[in-house]
Write a protein that binds this ligand. Structure first.
Ligand code: 475
Length: 799
């Protein structure tokens, strides 16, 4: 029987086919039908969105503004259906029109406006802020091309563009009335706001994600117009519009490109001007800025905000330095996401001077005052002054954006306990001695709506039945599973649910890649950006060893190794690691001697949508980074939440996951962060480790022999040379202990009852890793922003 909701949705879809798509059903494509459903859903959230903005404006609420160069949102449709409680109604509406909801959901191109962890975290945080009914605005860039699409060929990764806006975007609204000029070098660029609603779960709140798109002003390069060179003027205009064209595809690497610095000042300045517009619109004074707004910098990409806010306060609003500085440092806080030196942003002062002369002048003045203060604290210590200065001296003087962010913030946080400790001990040791109270930790989290309710409906249904449905907003209620931990009938159902997830992934691999895998084999999964520090090559060596052991007649339990993740297009070694994994897959999957005991699959184009398919299918979660290198990790949380058992090092949030789920439900291996540091001090060399380990030696030799590269002995040389000469990420120091832990996994897997209990304990004890908990922590301790429930007014237009 069709519900009232489904009947109304159906009529709304039919209306949109005519009035929005201008088609009859005879010409409608699947994409048309997707758009009709998306627009029908949009109609149903507009009231929440409008009422939310209205409430915030009327009540002059204190607002968190999240500044991030990246938002890895993933598709909106299904998430919005879940958050509105309309999944079943939409399924019925589609069915009554002869359509499949799943097929329409799959039509949505995902907005991939981020590289990896940092961008996905920003997306989880937006959704949690709305669910917690916190007044918040997300600010960023509306890249016309998001993260590149990855194809996997026999030669490895090939990139192509991601024209995600090609068919239009039903989720955004352009706000040309909110556009601002930004001066960059000689030129002015205009940022135009595009707003996307971010729905909270089970509440009326719909917050705004405001992304800036660059356009050139009409008067752009008018000198050329006047000289009669109309074409040249138009070309220059196009150049200005390249500002928001493309997301830089480097994860954890600072490439130092001019256009990147332009993107940063562009979105930061627009966002700050927008905040002043909001402030003034509510009749507040400019000097109330820090009372109205709490600004969170997502890494250093928006750190120029420190100088730009000072500039606006002083140059535009006539505020004196000291007042402006108090307002700035009372408003801003900064999250660091990485300790890797190559990711730390610095800008040559020459480039800075060309593009942002006034902001550079302000940075110099901030630095002068800061060093004057530090000199009084550390008289005669010029070493420390050099280390803490906002300007790095050397052949080329450079602005250190992380130092600027710390000096301009009231709070600085890392993203997991270990990471925050290391920040204080290493990267920011001197600054933490000056301001110990400024440094804190907020451990990352993930949203249970997308990463459990949307991604894993069978598990969600089982949880609803067992412990009720409050886990969606109170994830700690997963603890209630304790009542079922020894219930063998329940454990059977647990396994059946996990089986469904694995079957779904197996079907995808068969359909899309033509690879047949046994869904009852152990699914061993590593999906994340490809990086040497994440050590996909450690997993590769382990697979080669297994291959040799099976060929030598050992009877190992069947495993399917699944990899996914993009390599930065310019990161040769990361691309070579992909090539190795593909080479191993080609050999192993064809070898009849494996007899179903070993399969290797590289999933092309890992994305949020693919993650939703993969995470529920994971038995063993590979979190094997060199200890001290992974700031937190969030895929580790998604997998454990969905019932995977982790094999991992004591790195990032793995440590906290293990503390929560229990050491007996986690396969630990490897050197600790402290031991890794010690290795470095005592002159690490991989050779002694290799010499005493015949198994890894054999694996390395097989790779070097061309066995996985069609006889080409040169192909993997750079990778092998790195591993055997410097081994910067200490793969060889951990390879033996990794093997030991993997053997323990084999043994545990053979006892299916034991494995099911381990799996259940992982889900049960993962409540801490909700992004709702992370956001509640930011709101209380850092932003001092409180809950503002939204009352929906009667009488607003209903769809
Ligand atoms: C960490 N990206 C994860 C995650 O906190 C952590 C850097 C420079 C330029 C472009 N992108 C980046 C990152 O630094 C990044 O994604 N860091 C990641 O942030 C969320 O869970 O451990 O590696």
């Amino acid at each position: 029987m069709a519900s009232a909701d489904s009947q109304a949705l159906k009529e709304s879809m039919q209306g949109h086919l005519f009035f929005s798509q201008a088609k009859s059903s005879s010409l409608a494509t699947s994409h048309d039908h997707y758009r009709c459903l998306a627009l029908a859903v949009r109609d149903r959230l507009l009231k929440n969105w409008v009422d939310t903005a209205d409430t915030y404006t009327r009540e002059h609420v204190r607002t968190a503004t999240y500044l991030s160069a990246e938002y890895l949102l993933g598709p909106h449709l299904e998430n919005n259906l879940v958050n509105l409680g309309l999944v079943e109604a939409a399924r019925e509406a589609c069915a009554s029109l002869g359509l499949s909801l799943e097929e329409l959901i799959a039509e949505e191109p995902e907005p991939g406006l981020g590289n990896g962890g940092l961008g996905r975290l920003a997306a989880c945080f937006q959704e949690s802020m709305a669910t917690l009914e916190l007044p918040a605005i997300g600010y960023g860039i509306r890249y016309e091309f998001g993260i590149f699409r990855q194809q996997i060929t026999p030669h490895g990764q090939v990139e192509s563009t991601d024209p995600w806006l090609a068919h239009g975007n039903p989720w955004e609204v352009i706000r040309p009335e909110w556009s601002y000029p930004v001066q960059i070098g000689e030129h002015t660029v205009i940022g135009v706001a595009y707003d996307t609603p971010i729905l909270g779960y089970g509440v009326n709140t719909a917050n705004t994600l405001r992304l800036w798109s660059a356009v050139a002003p009409e008067a752009f390069d008018f000198a050329s117009f006047n000289a009669g060179d109309y074409t040249r003027a138009v070309l220059r205009k196009m150049q200005a519009e390249t500002l928001s064209k493309v997301l830089y595809p480097n994860d954890e690497l600072d490439q130092g490109k001019r256009l990147r610095l332009s993107q940063q000042i562009f979105f930061v300045s627009c966002s700050l001007q927008d905040m002043f517009r909001i402030l003034r619109g509510q009749g507040l004074e400019v000097t109330d800025f820090h009372r109205k707004f709490a600004l969170q910098l997502n890494d250093t990409h928006p750190a120029i905000a420190v100088a730009e806010l000072m500039r606006l306060l002083m140059d535009e609003y006539g505020i004196d330095w000291d007042t402006a500085w108090s307002i700035t440092t009372a408003s801003i806080s900064y999250t660091n996401h990485t300790l890797l030196p190559e990711a730390l942003e610095t800008w040559g002062v020459e480039l800075f001077e060309q593009l942002l002369p006034r902001q550079l002048e302000i940075i110099y003045e901030i630095n002068t005052r800061f060093l004057r203060m530090a000199r009084i604290r550390y008289p005669g210590d010029s070493q420390i002054l050099q280390r803490i200065s906002l300007i790095e001296e050397g052949p080329q003087r450079r602005v250190r954006m992380a130092h600027l962010a710390v000096v301009g913030s009231h709070h600085v946080n890392g993203v997991a306990e270990l990471h925050s400790t290391l920040l204080k001990q290493n990267l920011f040791a001197d600054l933490a001695r000056i301001w110990p109270e400024r440094f804190t930790n907020v451990t990352n989290g993930v949203t249970p709506r997308r990463w459990l309710a949307v991604a894993n409906p069978p598990l969600a249904a089982l949880l609803d039945e067992a412990i009720g449905d409050r886990w969606r907003t109170h994830l700690e209620e997963l603890q209630g599973l304790a009542a079922f931990a020894d219930d063998s009938a329940f454990l059977e159902r647990w396994q059946a649910v996990r089986d469904l997830g694995k079957q779904r992934l197996a079907q995808y691999m068969r359909r899309e890649l033509g690879v047949l895998v046994d869904h009852t084999s152990l699914f061993d999964v590593q999906v994340k950006r490809i990086h040497e520090y994440k050590r996909q090559h450690l997993a590769a060596l382990q697979i080669v060893e297994r291959y040799l052991r099976i060929r030598a007649g050992e009877d190992l339990p069947p495993r399917t190794f699944v990899f996914g993740g993009k390599a930065a297009p310019g990161y040769a070694l990361a691309k070579l690691i992909i090539r190795l994994l593909v080479g191993i897959a080609d050999v192993v999957n064809m070898d009849p001697a494996m007899d179903g005991r070993l399969k290797v699959v590289f999933l092309p184009n890992f994305s949020v949508s693919l993650g939703q398919l993969v995470y529920p299918a994971v038995d063993l979660s590979e979190q094997i980074s060199t200890a001290g290198k992974e700031a937190s990790g969030t895929g580790n949380m998604k997998m454990a939440l969905n019932g995977a058992v982790t094999i991992g090092t004591l790195d990032g949030a793995n440590i906290e996951i293990r503390d929560c789920v229990g050491a007996e439900n986690f396969f630990l291996f490897g050197h600790t962060a402290e031991q890794i540091e010690q290795l470095g001090h005592s002159g690490y060399h991989p050779m002694p480790w290799i010499e005493q380990d015949p198994a890894v030696r054999q694996a390395l030799e097989l790779i070097g022999s061309g066995y996985f590269s069609e006889g080409d002995r040169e192909l993997f040389h750079p990778l092998l040379a790195s591993l055997t000469s410097h081994d910067p990420f200490r793969v060889m120091a951990d390879v033996a202990d990794y093997r030991r832990a993997q053997n323990a996994v084999d043994e545990a897997w053979l006892d299916r009852g034991r494995w099911a209990r381990m799996s259940l304990h992982n889900t049960m004890r993962c409540g801490f890793f909700s992004s709702d908990r992370s956001i509640a922590d930011y709101a209380e301790r850092i932003w001092k922003v409180g809950r503002v429930p939204v009352q929906t007014s009667a009488g607003a237009p209903a769809p």
